[in-house]
Design a protein around this ligand. Sequence first.
Ligand code: NDP
Length: 330
Amino acid sequence: AQHILLQSRPEGMPTADNFALTQVTLPELQQGQFLVKNLWMSVDPYMRGRMIDRESYIAPFALGEVLEGGAIGEVIASKHADFPVGSKVSSMNGWRTHYVTDGSDHTILPTTPLCESHFLGVLGMPGMTAWTGLNRIAELKAGETLFVSAASGAVGSVACQLGLLMGAKVIASVGSDEKAASLKAMGVEQVINYKTTTDLSAALRTAAPQGIDVYFENVGGDHLVAALDNMNEFGRIAVCGMIADYNDTTPSPGPSNIGNIIVKKLKIQGFIVMDHWEHYPEFTQQMSQWLANGQVKAEQTIYEGIEQAPAAFIGLFEGKNRGKMVVKLA
Ligand code: NDP
């Protein structure tokens, strides 16, 4: 089997030499174990946080050890009654082609007409994040204006589409004209390319002269400043991520216009999707229907081969993906 280890902790933007691809000999299957061949693995921005040795809501990756992350695999040999050969399983055992397990923290995937990789994206953690942020954190209502940053990514593209389904007017920000065109084709009214915009706050005012009621925050930095400038009274900000800061070597200063929180009487709430997992069945039931009748479109960017996994991960910070970034392993 091939495994990718954390070779060194990144400083600033991760580079290829932070990762090492190694050949591993797997142990013989014991009673109660099974062998999985991974088909797909996920790369996600939160993994950057786990590469730093610090206390957080999830333990850091250990140096010299195989990395972890969402994966979808197929059972190819089994001495475990609950996981027969041919089962498709989801696990946190990404960054490896094959592994032996006793099945703890493994779930057998339900059958769906969709490619299983969507359980890493629209039907998995990122889709659930968008749903949670809008429904349970920001409590978006019909007729409101929603602003989404990193809007063409795994979480953002679902947040935009759910916003539209919930009857909101959606304004988005992305890093390329091609991404903007794809969101407009989905019905997003105004899309800002922040890379070609000199004054994000002014661009947001032009895109949403009526102001923003809900900001789905994925980016931080100048995006948060622009949102604070343009929030309406009693607006809500669901703080999902701040990807613009993840590779900072020194902490970036807070927003200069933070006083807007008082004047505009804003509610700002961060959240971690795993705390809301009890609602996952409700989410999947709704999302499966939206996907089946075409109300939500699931985009993915696919890199092929385990050796491409570091590039796919680094690509998240360079805007290389549209929709969910996944790596096809087999
Ligand atoms: P994406 O699929 O959105 O990939 C990252 C995207 O972010 C890139 O494609 C890029 O798009 C954009 N980006 C990268 N760097 C910058 C930057 N410096 N400034 C602005 N945009 C940037 O990732 P996810 O959908 O998986 O995650 C989105 C956010 O949600 C992240 O902040 C992540 O940490 C957070 N998250 C939080 C969770 C929670 O429980 N709180 C759960 C899951 C995700 P572009 O071309 O537009 O720049």
